[in-house]
Design a protein around this ligand. Structure first.
Ligand code: SF4
Length: 62
């Protein structure tokens, strides 16, 4: 599975990084980004939870 963060939508709330820091981290622009591509199977549930919880639905499939 693959996910990306829509950089135009991310508001830097940090929720995805709190929920799944193995997959999401800050980039140089101060926005969240996906740091594992593809996302390993054992992290997919956590990454999906982060996707569901993103308040602006910035985490999407590429
Ligand atoms: S949860 Fe959404 S808005 Fe918040 S930092 Fe992550 S991608 Fe950005």
């Amino acid at each position: 599975m693959r996910l990306i963060v829509d950089q135009d939508l991310c508001t830097s709330c940090g929720l995805c990084i709190d929920i799944c820091p193995e997959v999401f981290d800050w980039n140089d622009d101060g926005l969240a980004d996906v740091i594992l591509d593809p996302i390993p199977e054992d992290l997919q549930d956590s990454a999906k939870e982060a996707q569901d919880e993103c308040p602006v639905e910035a985490i999407v499939e590429p």
